[in-house]
Design a protein around this ligand. Sequence first.
Ligand code: E4P
Length: 230
Amino acid sequence: MKIFIDTANLAEIREAHSWGVIDGVTTNPSLIAKEGRDFIATIHEICELVDGPVSAEVIAQDAPKMVQEGRLLAQVHKNVVVKIPLTFEGLKACSILTKEGIRTNVTLCFQASQALLAAKAGATYISPFIGRLDDLGIDGMDLIRSIVTIYKNDPTLKTQVLAASIRDPLHVVQSAEAGSHVATIPFKVLKQMGVHPLTDKGNAQFLADWQTAPDTDIIGQTSRWLAGRK
Ligand code: E4P
């Protein structure tokens, strides 16, 4: 499963990218507005930083304007994927942009039937929102499983499932188990994914025990040993 980071914050993207785990980035109008910076400059900077799909969302609500915005956004950088809300106008725009070879991420998906329509319209990615469904007492993961099954059952559908609105590491693990192609993950959750108290405890114990070894300098010891073999 690919890992995208769900943020428009460049420091967060830079940090997560330095770990070598980021395949792409998703943004949305709320995330962009939160940064208080120019939309297009931000998207371009993200694209230069991460060589993978970077979702930039249209604001228009009617198909012709969505298409117009989408065409322009796609010219900002080769990495841009045009993000479109899952409305009937959005579906129309998605099918037009797809025919022009522009990649799309159809967002705000809350039921499997919507995902089926998005795939028929040629969406590159479908973004089902797990956390926002969980908030309503509906199991968001069921939606991921259902969409994965529907897409698998029809090999003509090429749309990738992009699990979104992720709130914790369990959402990520369950998305991967369910066969989601991608999960887009907030920086806070990415950090939670990489830590465990037993890792820290074990590491501290190894270091403490190592101090009792006769020679604790690995670089010096190894260099001498390698030089002696020549
Ligand atoms: C997806 O692309 C959205 O940006 C995001 O996952 C929404 O998550 P939220 O429900 O935490 O706002």
